[in-house]
Design a protein around this ligand. Structure first.
Ligand code: SF4
Length: 316
């Protein structure tokens, strides 16, 4: 049995798609980044764009054809944390919304935790004879595996120009991340530091978002839209306008979650009762978007949407 594995953390956007295509089409690149079996893992936030889900269908077939294991981790499989079946499930359960003003817990709960919960179960079943359908607790099997066979390579689709999303480790062993304002924040060393070898092929190759798009076009394979949640607080004005024009029902649903959140905390001090965009409500933000960008045609907004926005505020 193949003992080495390499994980591609797949978001179904342009960056990780460029990596996957390159792994299949460029032997030298694959030899450089893949040790042993390649496994492509994507955690479903339940709030992806329809275009992203369509792309996932293609990728499933693409991987099958190239004999690559691909898993879409959906909440029904039991790897998502409690009350995080999807972004909107979390909003409903807690009468809350994600906000640009709050600590961002969504990436960890919807993307990172499910992926490694799945991986621990996968390793437990494949290498250690674990035969229960319920996932084991903790990261016991990843740790065993790492002790026995060494660190697991994890390829991450962070593009050149987004280096601030990479967690930094100094010589002292202290782990740091850079916050939204460019400040270094110390973070604790975790099992991830001991067990995972995180690799950033696009940074190594100096491929930014536009280079990924160009590369994908040269392959003749489908170019997906950037992947981010439909109700991501970091959407720009143009993206909110795009959402409103193309999926008004999603915009209104999102607005309802925000209203419920603001209502729930209506007795709180105004400075702490914030919505998706901080003090501006979604409706006020949309008004600004319409006034500044309402002149853009649907086609212009589509072009903008195609080249902007993914889970850019996340650090890995
Ligand atoms: S895309 Fe936005 S809402 Fe979705 S997980 Fe990332 S930061 Fe959170």
């Amino acid at each position: 049995m193949e003992k080495n594995i390499t994980i591609l953390s797949f978001g179904a956007g342009q960056d990780s798609t460029a990596i996957l295509y390159k792994l299949v089409l460029d032997k030298t690149f694959r030899e450089q980044y893949v040790t042993g079996e390649l496994i492509v893992l994507m955690s479903d936030t339940g709030n992806e764009h329809p275009g992203t889900y369509l792309h996932v269908q293609f990728i499933r077939t693409f991987c099958e054809y190239h004999k690559i294991e691909f898993y879409l981790i959906t909440s029904s499989q039991g790897y998502h944390p409690k009350n995080w079946d999807s972004l909107q499930h979390n909003f409903k359960t807690h009468s809350t919304v994600m906000s640009v003003a709050f600590p961002k817990t969504c990436t960890d709960n919807l993307k990172i935790k499910p992926l490694y919960n799945f991986l621990d179960h996968y390793i437990a079943k494949l290498y250690y004879g674990y035969n229960q359908t319920k996932r084991p607790k903790g990261k016991r099997y990843i740790k065993h595996y790492c002790k026995q066979f060494g660190k697991i390579n994890v390829l991450l689709g962070i593009a050149a120009g987004e280096e601030s999303r990479i967690a930094i480790k100094l010589k002292s062993g202290q782990q740091y991340q850079i916050d939204l304002f460019g400040n270094l924040i110390a973070s604790k060393t975790t099992w991830m530091d001991h067990c995972l070898q995180k690799l950033y092929p696009l940074v190594d190759l100096q491929m930014d978002r536009s280079a990924c798009q160009t590369y994908i076009r040269t392959t003749g394979l489908p170019l997906p839209p950037p992947s981010n949640c439909m109700m991501c607080p970091f959407l720009s004005k143009q993206e909110i306008l795009w959402l409103y024009r193309n999926y008004p029902e999603v915009f209104y649903e999102w607005q309802d979650y925000e209203k419920a959140k603001l209502h729930k905390f209506s007795n709180a001090n105004i400075s702490s009762n914030l919505g998706v965009k901080g003090r501006l409500t979604l409706s006020e933000f949309l008004d600004q978007a319409i006034s500044e960008f309402g002149h853009m045609t649907d086609e212009q907004l589509d072009d903008y949407k195609m080249s902007h926005g993914h889970c850019v505020k996340s650090t890995y």
